[in-house]
Design a protein around this ligand. Structure first.
Ligand code: AR6
Length: 186
């Protein structure tokens, strides 16, 4: 069974096998989580990202996909870079599917590497403008639905929320999902 946990904190400090980066298609860095990961992880991560751009991902990593590099000097072993969609109400369905894909693909890549513990930020919920509560619902529901496939081999999927408000939002959404699950069993 995979444990799903929520913590308030900084993803760059997590003692897990893989941390997920909310990157952009260029894979060459940015602000938010991406900036923090490259800053704390050091230049090795960017070197590997450049190699990915020079080889398989010449046109950049498409939205909804995921790819791994070293985690450099972070406590983790790997960074799994994924590209979330920019929020756009008019194209909600397609983009929500891409956001779900970020979680599924990141879990698949992490499981393939042999990771047992994975930490996620709230992908797309910062610069990319996705409303936090909805981002939380998609994130949690997708990870729950992904088991017992790739997630079955993972001991823990941890959501690392930046700030008390983000943590509370995830916690409320998670309680809702858990109580629906319990009702479903009755
Ligand atoms: N640890 C955990 N969560 C964090 C941290 C951290 N150190 N820093 C920010 N957050 P964002 P996006 C939260 O903007 O919306 C970058 O420039 C933040 O409060 O990092 O997917 C990339 O290069 C928010 O809840 O990612 C892309 O261009 C969540 O992480 C673009 O931003 C995601 O915010 C991606 O935008």
């Amino acid at each position: 069974m995979t444990r799903i946990t929520l913590v308030e904190g900084d993803i760059t400090e997590q003692q897990v096998d893989a941390v997920v980066n909310a990157a952009n298609s260029s894979l060459l860095g940015g602000g938010g989580v991406d900036g923090a990961i490259h800053r704390r992880g050091g230049p090795q991560i960017l070197e590997e990202c450049r190699r990915l751009r020079a080889s398989h991902w010449g046109r950049g990593l498409p939205t909804g996909q995921a790819v791994a590099t070293t985690a450099g000097q972070l406590p983790a072993r790997w960074v799994v870079h994924t590209v979330g969609p920019v929020y756009r109400e008019e194209e909600y369905d397609e983009r929500a599917e891409l956001l779900a894909s970020c979680y599924r693909e990141s879990l698949r890549v992490a499981a393939e590497l042999g990771a047992r513990t994975v930490a996620f930020p709230a992908v797309s919920a910062g610069v990319y403008g996705w409303p936090l509560e909805d981002a939380a619902r998609i994130a949690l529901a997708t990870v729950v639905a992904a088991g017992p496939g790739p997630v079955g081999e993972l001991a823990e999927v941890r959501f690392v929320l930046f700030g008390a408000a983000a943590y509370r939002t995830f916690e409320q959404v998670w309680q809702g999902i858990e109580s629906e699950g319990r009702e479903g069993q009755d």
